[in-house]
Design a protein around this ligand. Structure first.
Ligand SMILES: [Zn+2]
Length: 49
């Protein structure tokens, strides 16, 4: 099964689904689907597992 989590965008506070697979890559930036902001997972104000 694919693990999912919710990340919160630091810009627009939008919440969206991400795959854990993405986090295996250290330089991977999450991209907000609402405002297209890219940010590191550490910058997300909230990660909901
Ligand atoms: Zn956003």
């Amino acid at each position: 099964m694919v693990k999912l989590f919710d990340a919160v965008c630091p810009q627009c506070k939008g919440k969206f689904h991400c795959h854990w697979e993405d986090l295996r890559h250290k330089d991977y930036k999450l991209v907000c689907p609402f405002c297209s902001t890219s940010f590191a997972q550490e910058e997300s104000p909230q990660i909901i597992e």
